[in-house]
Design a protein around this ligand. Structure first.
Ligand code: CU
Length: 417
């Protein structure tokens, strides 16, 4: 067991960094987590504690904790283990281990119509394989998730059982969401209730942590635990701790934070003509909205105008102007813009290739501050608050490595052709 856990932890260290999307607790209800895959090079330690109280007069509080240790691997994949120390799943086997792998090939953030995720795991308590497939879609502040599950029920004659259900999150701004879910086994027995949860999820401002305060009738945070609800309500919380492993393997950039001031605090902005750092919560620019130019007022023709037109018909002849459409319009390429994200303490994408003259806008989707700082110091965003963004126009061809002054392990490269 110890070997397996060590192996799970050792794998990420051997893999080259590659960025996938990280999802916080604001994106998932408490009993559905399938399409949460995290970022590569990040070790996740999440702990869930759910409590019950026995009837009076004793009122004994019992904790049912589940610990998750996982890491993003490759792209859009997560491997890890859930360990529950007080699992009611198997008699005389309170230590429940679930070794899982997750893959989320489709993500709406990358342009897919929905999020698609799947999990396969081996649960040592039931000595069987469980699986889940989830489909989610975000519409504004609402994210709806549907799940189909298959669990091994070795306690009942090695049966394979199925369940389905769904959940959702409703965001109130950047830091708060309310969540809920409900799932049921297709062949639910009398002692098995529909499993449900309801929660208030909070992103702690200026930290990478998210917190869930919730109530549920399910026991452990494994597919087995999510499968069935019990008689008792359990009040609990989940706290997420992402540990950026590459932080410890990153050599400081030649342009260090020391030159800019204390890391993560006051990064002075070095504005250039083409830079625009926007404050938090900027007005959403609709790319589809047409550029409206003020119409040039048509002067009322005066007698003099008419006279001039008559006198010099060649200058203002509309027919001749229309006959040569290209000539008066200088061929100007439309300025290109590229949008990138800062999420899960990573630049997404980590490599951008653009033509000279292109403007790149980085949006900060974390609850943390970030910077977009050129290693060669040619540009620097200064502090970009949560929800803020920063744009830089790259006019000269070249390769521009960038990093975040507050989190120097955050790196990306812009290649300008
Ligand atoms: Cu940062």
């Amino acid at each position: 067991m110890r070997f397996l856990a060590t192996a799970v932890l050792a794998v990420p260290l051997a893999l080259a960094p590659c960025v996938a999307n990280a999802q916080s607790l604001l994106d998932r209800p408490d009993n559905v987590s399938t399409d949460w895959v995290g970022s590569n090079g990040v070790l996740y330690f999440n702990f869930v504690h759910r409590f019950t109280t026995s009837p009076p007069p004793e009122r004994k509080v019992t904790n049912f904790p589940t610990f998750l240790i996982a890491t993003g691997i490759a792209s859009k994949a997560l491997i890890g283990v859930n360990y529950a120390t007080n699992s009611p799943l198997a008699a005389r086997y309170p230590n429940e281990w679930e070794f899982f792998g997750r893959y989320a090939p489709l993500q709406q953030e990358d342009g897919a119509p929905f999020d698609l995720g799947g999990q396969l795991d081996y649960n040592l308590s039931v000595k069987g394989v469980d699986g889940e497939v989830s489909l989610a879609r975000r519409e504004g502040p609402l994210r709806v998730i549907g799940v189909v599950r298959s669990i091994a029920d070795t306690l009942d004659g090695n049966k394979r059982r199925f369940s389905f259900g769904g959940g959702g999150t409703l965001r109130f701004g950047r830091f708060i969401a309310v969540t809920g879910d409900a799932t049921t086994l297709t062949d639910r027995r009398v002692d098995e209730k529909i499993a449900w949860s309801a929660g208030l999820h909070i992103a702690l401002p200026n930290t990478p942590h998210t917190l869930s305060l919730h109530v549920s009738n399910a026991s452990t945070s494994t597919l087995q635990g999510f499968a069935r609800g019990g008689d008792r309500r359990r009040y609990g919380f989940e706290f997420t701790i992402p540990i950026h492993v590459n932080r410890f393997f990153t050599t400081p950039e030649p342009v260090s934070a020391a030159a800019e001031g204390p890391p993560g605090v006051d990064v002075p902005s070095i504005p250039t003509v083409t830079d625009t750092a926007t404050p938090p919560r900027p007005a959403v620019t609709n790319p589809a909205a047409p550029v409206v130019t003020a119409p040039t007022p048509t002067p009322t023709p005066t007698r003099a105008d008419t006279a001039r037109t008559t006198a010099a018909p060649a200058r203002t002849n509309p027919t001749s102007a229309a006959a040569r459409p290209a000539a008066p319009q200088p061929q100007r390429a439309a300025p290109k813009t590229v949008t990138a994200r800062m999420k899960g303490q990573a630049y997404i994408p980590s490599s951008i290739t653009i033509d000279a003259g292109t403007t790149v806008t980085w949006k900060n989707l974390d609850a943390l501050i970030h910077t977009v700082t050129a290693v060669d110091k040619s540009f620097n965003s200064g502090v970009i608050a949560a929800d803020g963004s920063y744009s830089h126009t790259f006019t000269k061809p070249g390769t521009y490595p960038i990093f975040c002054v507050a989190h120097p392990f955050m790196k990306a490269t812009v290649v300008v052709k």
